[in-house]
Ligand binder design. Structure first.
Ligand code: CU
Length: 306
């Protein structure tokens, strides 16, 4: 297998207000959105375009490789309101890292990548032209971004609406990824437990934690040296990508295997449980990484106490 420079790929979505603009511009509110994977609405915003590395599906980025090359693809969901289901046509992907932390290698056809989540995968490139598709989860078949991986010098490109079978194949969720031994947490009883409830609804667009709007004064205290367990109960009808700054936690809910992450999906009316070591003094945001939800107030602060 030949060496190949790592390729970067990231998906990002255009910006639009979740509510009709006062100026009378077009409403971008997404009225019908449904995802099996996300147990309900995929998102709130009907973005006009979905991009990979800033490019439209009609003029995609093209990555060149030789057959047999092992290529690392690094996915970053830089979108504001869209989880992407990502697959490379004709290939299985070997997941090696999530959120920058190594995992025991795991093969999958597709990944579901929430806003702010990152995945590194390795593929052994076959001979031909292959679409890399990021489907806006629960946002309909038109919500898609495209890049191309190819081994030939051809000019023809996959159709912008190409739908590789891998998108509907095996999909490994983050919580099934076993952390590499070098980053796995030791068993340790938590010194402190924090419980936070996600609240709000689509009608009032009052996304918050514990029914409180965001305030820099309200801080969840932790102390350096503690192992902290955070339980986030999702009391809403929508999923949220929960993101903690300054730390990489370990998923420790029922059936979890300790995956190290800094962003994790919590499904509607489910809970997310994770442990982290308080080893980075300061003030750190904990927030939903749906940009519109965090702007609406679904943010809080962890504050180290002396
Ligand atoms: Cu949210």
């Amino acid at each position: 297998a030949g060496a190949h420079a790592p390729s970067g790929a990231h998906a990002s979505a255009g910006k639009a207000a979740p509510m009709p603009a006062a100026s009378g511009g077009p409403s971008r509110v997404l009225h019908t959105s449904s995802s099996k994977l996300l147990h309900g609405m995929g998102g709130n915003v009907d973005h006009p375009y979905h991009l990979i590395n800033g490019r439209l599906p009609s003029a995609p980025s093209v990555f060149k490789a030789k057959p047999g090359d092992r290529v690392r693809l690094r996915f970053i969901n830089a979108g504001a309101d869209t989880a992407y289901r990502v697959a490379l046509g004709g290939h299985r992907m070997t997941v090696t890292h999530t959120d920058g932390y190594p995992v025991e290698h795991h093969e999958t056809d597709a990944l579901l990548i929430a806003m702010a989540e990152r995945y590194d995968v390795i593929v052994t490139v076959k001979d031909g032209t292959f679409p890399l598709v990021a489907l806006g989860e629960g946002k309909g078949t038109k919500a898609r971004a495209l890049a191309v991986l190819r081994t030939d010098n051809g000019k023809s490109l996959p159709s912008p609406s190409v739908h590789p079978a891998e998108l509907d194949g095996l999909l490994v969720p983050a919580r099934k990824l076993v952390p590499a031994e070098s980053v796995a947490f030791s068993d340790r009883h938590p010194d402190r437990e924090i419980r936070i409830r996600a609240t709000g609804n689509m009608k009032r667009y009052n996304w918050q934690f514990d029914h409180q709007s965001y305030s820099t004064e309200h801080r969840h205290p932790v102390r350096q040296g503690e192992r902290v367990r955070l339980t986030l109960i999702n009391g809403t009808d929508m999923w949220h990508p929960i993101h903690l700054h300054g730390h990489t936690f370990a998923l420790t809910g029922i059936d979890d295997v300790g995956t190290r992450k800094d962003t994790a999906i919590v499904l509607p009316h489910r809970k997310l449980v994770f442990d982290f070591d308080a080893d980075n003094p300061g003030l750190w945001m904990l927030h939903c990484h749906n940009q519109y939800h965090s702007e609406s107030g679904m943010m809080t602060v962890l504050g180290y106490r002396k």
